[in-house]
Each structure stands twice: as C-alpha cells, then as structure tokens.
Design a protein around this ligand. Sequence first.
Ligand SMILES: *Cc1c(COP(=O)(O)O)cnc(C)c1O
Length: 829
Amino acid sequence: MAYTIQDIATITRAHATIACDATIEHLLIDSRKIVFPTTSLFFAISGPRRDGHQFIKEVYERGVRNFVVNKAFNGNAYPGANFLEVPDVVAALQDLAAHHRSQFNIPVIGITGSNGKTIVKEWLNQLLQKDFSIVRSPRSYNSQLGVPLSVWQMNAHHTLGIFEAGISTTGEMKHLAQVIQPTTGVLTNIGDAHSEGFESEHAKAVEKALLFANAATVVFGKESLHRFLSPEAADKALFPNTKHFFSWSREQDADLKILSEVKHEGQTIITAECNGNDTTITVPFTDRISIDNAITCWCVLLQLNYPEAIIRDRMQMLEPVEMRMQLKKAINNSYLLNDSYSNDLSSLDLAIDYLQQQAGKEKTTLILSDILQSGQYEEALYRDIAAQLAVRGIRRLIGIGPAISQHRELFTGIEALQTSFYHSTNDFLQHAGTQQFKDEYILLKGARIFEFERISAWLEQKVHQTVMEINLSAMIHNLKEYQKHLNPATRLMAMVKAFSYGSGSAEVARVLQFHKVEYLAVAYADEGVELRKAGISLPVMVMNADSATFDTLVTYGLEPEIYSFPIYHAFDQYLKQQGIQQFPVHIKFNTGMNRLGFEVAEARALGMAIRKDHTMAVKTVFSHLVASEDAMHDGFTEQQALLFNEACKDMEASLGYSFTRHIANSAAIFRWPQFQYDMVRLGIGLYGVDSADGNGLSLQTVATLKSTIAQLRNIKAGDTVGYGRKGVVLRNSTIATVRIGYADGFGRAFGNGKGCMYVKGTLAPVIGNVCMDMTMIDVTGIADVKEGDEVEIFGKHLPVWEVAKRAGTISYEIMTGISQRVKRVYTEE
Ligand SMILES: *Cc1c(COP(=O)(O)O)cnc(C)c1O
C-alpha cells in the first residue's frame, strides 16, 4: 500500500513544501539503511546525542527526496525535495502508522509485559500461521519507533496482526496503543525489568494496561497481574472497554486453572481445568519461563475457540525462538552469520543490514532457502527479494529449495550478483565444495525444514570446544550508557588495544565504527594494521610507536602518540626524508603516571619545534590518570588535571593553534565529569567492567567464557586428582574434566580451590592443579550434570572481576589473557 506525499502531509497535519509528486512505500529512520531512495520518506528524528536533521544532506545525496522535519528546519538547499514540517517528528511517524492501521479491519493481537513479549509473539505466529496470513513485529521491534515501523508493514493480504509493545516510562503506552489498536490484548507478565522509569510497580502495571484500553478481549496470568493490582481494579478501572477476560492461574480460580505440570525427558505435560473439563497439553520445554509463555499462548488459542486436538498437536510442535544472530568464524577466514530467527521478507532485510554492518567492504554471500510464507504470491515474493538484492550489493546468492530454484531467472539478471541454485540442502552439501568459501561473510537464512544447521556445522571451524562469546548488543548498550554521561560536545575514543581487551579487534571496531565512535586507539602499529585490513576507516591512534614502525604508520594512515623528544626527532627526520608534512600525531604528557610522556615543562619547546618543523600536525594532546577510580587518590587526580591544563596552555601558545584535549579513562568519565575536556578514552567500561565499583552505571556483561565437560567420574574418599596428587578428596566425589587449561588463559593460579566454574546454577571449585588444556572441578552433589554440559568460566553468573580477585589480579589481565586459540563467537540481539 502506498501513499502520496500529499496524503501523508494531510495525515500528519504537516506544513508541506512540495516540489514534486511522490509515492511513499518505505519509512526510513536510519540514514545507513537506505534501500529504495525514491519511494522512502525520511524522518529526521532527534535523539539525545544525534539529531536526524544532520543526516538530511547525506540522505538527499543518496537519492531520498521526501523528508519529515521539525519546524526549525530550512529546506531551501535541496532542490526537488519535499519537506513536511511538523512540531514532533516521532509523533508524525506514529500518526501515520496509526492512520495506516485504521485502514484494516482485521483482528490484531497486541502483546505487552515485562518479559516474554517476543517469544509469545513468535509462538503465536508458529501456532496460527496455518490459518492466517500474519503480519507481525520483526524481531523485538517494540519501541516508540519500532511499533510504527512494524504496523506500517500491514497490507491487504493480511488476515491477522501480532504486534508487541514495550515501554520504559510513563506516558509512552498511549502512543503505542493508538498505533497498534489491538482487538485482543495479551499481557505476558509484569516483572522487575525496566522499573527505573516508573514511580512504582503499580504505576508500571497501570501504564501497560493502557495498551488494552479498547481491546475487546484481554488474556492475562492472574499471579503476574495481581502482584501489583487488586482484582477489582484490574477488571474495571483499567479495562473500561473490555468485554471478555481470559485468565490463567496456578493458585486461584481462573478460566484456565493449572492443575499439574509434570516434567519428563525435556517435555512438560500440563494439565488444567477449563470450563469444568480437564485438558492436557505437552510442550517441548521444562523451564518455568517457557512454560509460562506457552500457557499464555494456550489461552489465546482457547479464546479463539480452537479445538482441543489441534491445540494439543500444535503446542507440542513449538520451537525455541533463537533471539540472537550469531557471528562465528568459519572456514578459510570466512565469517558465518546464522539467522534462523524467522524466515520472511522483513527479517531478511534486517539480517542483510547486520551482515553488511559486519562485512564492511568484504565480500558477502547469502545462502537463502525457499521462503515459506503464506499470503504473498510466490513470483511476487521472489521478485521483491531480487529487487532487494539488486540494491544491497550482495555479491553472491546461493538459493536452496524448489521454489527459489524455479524463479532463478529473477536473480540471474542482476549485475554483479553471482548465483547458484540447489534443490535441497542435501543437494548443496553433496555438490558445493568448501573451497569456494574464502575471505567472506556468509549469511545463512533458512526455514527450519531446510535444516540449515547442517550447513552451519559444515562451514564452521570446529577446533576447540571452548568459546568466548562476545555480546555486541551489550557492548553497544555500554557505549550508550557512557555517552549518556558525556557533555554534549565531548567526543569518544574507544580503546581497542590488546585485541579489544581480548574481545577481537576487527569485529568490535566494526560495530564501533557503525555506531559512530569518533576515534580508536591501539597499543602497537600491528594492531592498527589489522584494523585497516578489516576495512576500518576511523582515525586510529597508536600509543606505542617506534622507529621500526614509521613506514607502517604512514602506509596505513595510523596516527602515532609522540611521547618524548627522541621519538619526536626520529619521526620528524623520517617524515622529512619522505617529504611528508603535517602528519597527524597525538602528544602525550606525563602528569604522574611516570610511564610514557613529555614532562609538562617541555611543552613550550615541543610546541615551538612542531611549529618550526612543520612535519606533524597535532590532532590531540592528552595525559593519563593513574587512579581515577579511587577516592583515596582524588587529590592526586585533581593535581594531574592541573598539570595537564598547564601543558595544554603552553602547547597551544607555542604551537599557535588549538587541538583536542583528553585525559579521562572509563572510570573518570563518570567520576570526574569536569575532566572530560574535548574527548574521553573509553576502555574497560565498554566491555562491561566498571573499574570504580558501584558508580551508578548499568553496564551489561559483554564477554562470556564457556567450555564443556569432557568427562565425569566418581572417585573415593582419599583418591587424588591431577598432577602432583594435589587435589585430595575427603569424601566420595564426582569430578568433571573441563576443556580449558592454562594454555587458554585459565591460569594455574586458579588451581586447588582458588578458582571455580559455574555449572548448572552452582559454583564448582577447581580441584588439583590446572593442566595445560584441561581443568578438573568438583561437581559432587550437583544434580543433573552430564558429559557435554556447558560450564561458564566467567560471564553473567560469575563476573570476571570476581574471577580475577580469586587469582589475585584484575579483570584487565584475565580478559586480555584468554588465548587466541579460544574461538570468539559474536552475538547480537
Ligand atoms: C588503556 C588505556 C585507557 C583506557 O583505560 P580503561 O581503564 O580501560 O578505561 C585510556 N587511556 C590510555 C592511555 C590507556 O592506555
């Protein structure tokens, strides 16, 4: 469904400056995601740090001609462009989506709650897709922007909508309610997530209920709601227009009263009473969260009057929802991105975004199965996909399945796209050699029945069962958390030295570049070269440059730190020989660390030399705080800043121009906002570790080191474990051998009870000495441990700083000490 720009001006009550006719099919809120410029409408949305109006020029240059802006904007510089001026750009986006929603008279399920929204949405889709042509929120698009974009996908084929709504503060839900206009409301549960934005748990529950103000039917779990609202309030005041409630409960009377839950071999048999009859389903999960979500879906089916037999069949077939896209190292220096999340056009679009963000300039390959989607004619569907691929710069398409193979001509004509087609996954695995995959990024996108996990296993490097999982979404969360505390003009340099504190250079740098960090810093030139080879174009500071690496620095456009006159003169001479002028450099002053750096007293002489020699241009001047995290040394920190001010003043006076100044590391950003200057250097905080404990930031865990149990054995009291007979057991014990040792970075300091690992919800101590490739832990009494089970060495359950403390060291050393043979796996939520 398309709207003319005039229609949209009317719907959004905009003051319109229209230069030409236009038909709008796509709504765009991110300048990096332009696919169809001429039919896109760009919303210049202002966030806390970035103003969408800054991107209008870039977006215009890439062919977009339609813009929604706020009143302050002057559009004269853009010939042929249409501007809709509104007071609030986000509200205009929501109004447009709300109008679009009103054009459809189909049932719409709106889902909200603190947890489980996405799972319930995906499961309802799995349960109902045989009977409806469903439009639903992609992934967890449930925000003030995500909801309108989701609803915008509705078209005339659809017979059911399923959308989720998430809020973080009071006042947000009424907007989402207008956009979704649910006919049925589903409340998953109300927990403690995202409580900060609300006065009380009660206020949060009341706000969530606003989604259902006009829903005829509401499905909810009594326990979760009644923790916060009284039954009377729940029914009357909060749901004024609801005619029908459908509740479930384990403890109270309810439409679906749960009587028993029996767990058996990975399944749970749930028996409940409904309308006076007992009824039973079996679900392929045993954890409480999955069971609660499954019961919520069960209620929706009951409320839709599905027959018992169908409910039973379909509930048993529920499949886990893989919420994350995983980037893994694969054969021949390739990377594999496996997105089995869902298989439709809009999720393909998102997956390609992520692929390209990761791949940068590297080659990209899409391995795509038939898309099993009702409601769109096959030919039109593949024509749409071909149109997407044509503008996305994907280099190669491997289509697997009879339908995509049948429509191969739609793809073969696309310039610069190599194609090949196979009738089945077996056919592909038998005939495609692994050698054709090299130095590239491969996106796997397959419907479940195509079993792409077999392709994934085939392409993956299976080397060592210990992996370090890097959660890139958590890293971005942490970045934003620090950005919140920056003065508006302060820029950010991300420290990606030492393989990004062990997290992987190129992969991390790529994400940071995408999120518009201004500078990167590494310790050595080689680390910078690796970034350049991976296509990173951000400026990179090299902190430890020496004369052997000058050539490399210049060749790869890396900017050295100059910390002494000897290094200054050496680099100056080199640049003169090469005939290079004004090469960007960074000047480091020693203000108390006594490591590298000019003395403050040398500032004047240095400035004059640089001004006279003309070979270098000072980009930034900086120093390093030695104890910014520690209140005991606050006096010293202030002293350092005073010295730094003096150095900057003298440099600027003698140099004759100004430069960017920076001194703050992670801990100082928050503890010393007055020392943020023009830029800050964010290191360990990015990786989720707060070196000044409890300083009020909510950081997320980025790195999780995991391994598996290779063998379990029972031994008798008095037996010993490992080298040197150091691990003596005093009782009959169960010992697990884990596939990680000191060669992986799990040091001998953890031996003999010092260290522990997290197994099945319990901390199991290390027993005996740590070996080179293996470690034994005592798992006596831990229920259900099996060979092959996963073991967490550090991560969410066992924070890296606690692990570090046990070995008498700090998080930095543990993180950077994890050896390169441990495979890094990247995830994004
Ligand atoms: C490593 C480093 C940082 C970052 O320190 P964190 O404590 O990890 O934030 C900042 N500046 C310099 C010069 C560094 O070497």
